[in-house]
Ligand binder design. Sequence first.
Ligand SMILES: [Zn+2]
Length: 139
Amino acid sequence: MTEEDVPIWIATEVHYWIDIFSLATWNVTIALDRVVLDNPNCLGWCQRNASYNHAVLHFRDDIEDTPKWRKVILHECLHILMARVDAYVQDAMQPQLAESSQDFAGMVYTQHTESFVQMLTAAFWRYYVERVGIEHGRS
Ligand SMILES: [Zn+2]
Protein backbone atom coordinates (compact mmCIF):
# COMPACT_ATOMS: atom_id res chain seq x y z
CA MET A 1 0.00 0.00 0.00
CA THR A 2 1.34 3.41 -0.88
CA GLU A 3 0.98 6.52 1.24
CA GLU A 4 -1.57 7.90 -1.22
CA ASP A 5 -3.85 5.05 -0.16
CA VAL A 6 -3.69 5.99 3.53
CA PRO A 7 -7.08 7.28 4.71
CA ILE A 8 -6.99 11.02 5.39
CA TRP A 9 -8.14 10.64 9.00
CA ILE A 10 -4.97 8.65 9.80
CA ALA A 11 -2.68 11.28 8.29
CA THR A 12 -4.64 14.03 10.06
CA GLU A 13 -4.33 12.23 13.40
CA VAL A 14 -0.61 11.61 12.94
CA HIS A 15 0.01 15.26 12.06
CA TYR A 16 -2.08 16.38 15.04
CA TRP A 17 0.27 14.59 17.46
CA ILE A 18 3.40 15.52 15.49
CA ASP A 19 2.37 19.14 16.02
CA ILE A 20 1.59 18.67 19.75
CA PHE A 21 4.99 17.01 20.29
CA SER A 22 6.90 19.62 18.22
CA LEU A 23 8.25 16.98 15.86
CA ALA A 24 7.94 19.09 12.71
CA THR A 25 11.61 18.50 11.85
CA TRP A 26 10.86 14.79 11.43
CA ASN A 27 10.00 13.24 8.11
CA VAL A 28 7.19 10.87 9.01
CA THR A 29 5.56 8.49 6.58
CA ILE A 30 2.69 6.10 7.14
CA ALA A 31 2.50 2.51 5.97
CA LEU A 32 -0.44 0.13 6.24
CA ASP A 33 0.69 -3.48 6.43
CA ARG A 34 -1.31 -6.71 6.30
CA VAL A 35 0.86 -7.98 9.19
CA VAL A 36 3.08 -5.76 11.35
CA LEU A 37 6.41 -7.16 12.61
CA ASP A 38 5.38 -10.69 11.58
CA ASN A 39 2.90 -10.65 14.45
CA PRO A 40 -0.82 -10.88 13.57
CA ASN A 41 -1.68 -9.29 16.95
CA CYS A 42 0.61 -6.28 16.48
CA LEU A 43 -1.44 -3.14 15.69
CA GLY A 44 1.39 -0.70 15.07
CA TRP A 45 5.12 -0.14 14.99
CA CYS A 46 7.28 2.95 14.84
CA GLN A 47 10.39 2.44 12.72
CA ARG A 48 12.77 5.29 13.52
CA ASN A 49 16.11 6.68 12.52
CA ALA A 50 17.01 9.42 15.01
CA SER A 51 20.16 10.35 13.06
CA TYR A 52 18.09 11.36 10.05
CA ASN A 53 14.86 12.43 11.78
CA HIS A 54 12.99 9.85 9.78
CA ALA A 55 10.17 7.63 10.99
CA VAL A 56 7.79 5.21 9.35
CA LEU A 57 4.61 4.54 11.27
CA HIS A 58 3.31 1.09 10.41
CA PHE A 59 -0.30 0.20 11.17
CA ARG A 60 -2.17 -3.01 10.50
CA ASP A 61 -4.30 -2.44 7.44
CA ASP A 62 -7.61 -3.24 9.17
CA ILE A 63 -7.24 0.08 11.05
CA GLU A 64 -10.57 1.86 11.59
CA ASP A 65 -11.53 5.28 12.90
CA THR A 66 -12.19 4.20 16.49
CA PRO A 67 -10.82 5.42 19.86
CA LYS A 68 -8.83 2.18 20.15
CA TRP A 69 -7.02 2.79 16.89
CA ARG A 70 -6.55 6.50 17.58
CA LYS A 71 -4.77 5.51 20.79
CA VAL A 72 -2.52 3.22 18.71
CA ILE A 73 -1.63 6.21 16.52
CA LEU A 74 -0.90 8.35 19.60
CA HIS A 75 1.22 5.54 21.06
CA GLU A 76 3.33 5.21 17.92
CA CYS A 77 3.80 9.00 17.70
CA LEU A 78 5.12 8.95 21.29
CA HIS A 79 7.76 6.48 20.12
CA ILE A 80 8.99 9.17 17.72
CA LEU A 81 9.23 11.54 20.68
CA MET A 82 11.34 8.92 22.50
CA ALA A 83 13.61 8.24 19.51
CA ARG A 84 16.66 10.22 20.61
CA VAL A 85 16.60 8.84 24.15
CA ASP A 86 16.21 5.29 22.83
CA ALA A 87 18.99 5.79 20.28
CA TYR A 88 21.32 7.14 22.96
CA VAL A 89 20.67 4.18 25.25
CA GLN A 90 20.98 1.62 22.46
CA ASP A 91 23.90 3.14 20.55
CA ALA A 92 25.95 4.80 23.29
CA MET A 93 25.08 3.20 26.65
CA GLN A 94 24.33 -0.41 25.81
CA PRO A 95 27.68 -1.04 24.04
CA GLN A 96 29.46 0.05 27.23
CA LEU A 97 28.10 -3.00 29.03
CA ALA A 98 29.71 -6.41 29.02
CA GLU A 99 28.65 -8.19 25.84
CA SER A 100 26.91 -10.90 27.87
CA SER A 101 24.65 -8.25 29.47
CA GLN A 102 23.77 -6.18 26.41
CA ASP A 103 20.79 -8.22 25.19
CA PHE A 104 19.27 -8.47 28.67
CA ALA A 105 19.76 -4.74 29.32
CA GLY A 106 18.20 -3.94 25.96
CA MET A 107 15.21 -6.15 26.68
CA VAL A 108 14.65 -4.58 30.11
CA TYR A 109 15.01 -1.07 28.67
CA THR A 110 12.48 -1.89 25.95
CA GLN A 111 10.00 -3.25 28.50
CA HIS A 112 10.30 -0.11 30.65
CA THR A 113 10.06 2.17 27.64
CA GLU A 114 6.99 0.36 26.35
CA SER A 115 5.32 0.64 29.74
CA PHE A 116 6.23 4.35 29.94
CA VAL A 117 4.89 5.04 26.45
CA GLN A 118 1.68 3.19 27.36
CA MET A 119 1.25 5.35 30.48
CA LEU A 120 1.89 8.52 28.45
CA THR A 121 -0.64 7.35 25.86
CA ALA A 122 -3.29 6.94 28.57
CA ALA A 123 -2.44 10.32 30.09
CA PHE A 124 -2.51 12.23 26.79
CA TRP A 125 -5.71 10.47 25.78
CA ARG A 126 -7.41 11.40 29.05
CA TYR A 127 -6.19 14.98 28.80
CA TYR A 128 -7.12 15.59 25.19
CA VAL A 129 -10.34 13.66 25.02
CA GLU A 130 -11.75 14.04 28.51
CA ARG A 131 -10.34 17.41 29.62
CA VAL A 132 -9.80 19.40 26.47
CA GLY A 133 -12.92 17.79 25.11
CA ILE A 134 -11.89 17.39 21.53
CA GLU A 135 -11.94 14.45 19.23
CA HIS A 136 -8.51 13.81 17.87
CA GLY A 137 -7.83 15.34 14.53
CA ARG A 138 -11.12 17.21 14.68
CA SER A 139 -10.78 20.29 16.85
ZN1 LIG B 1 5.07 0.77 21.77
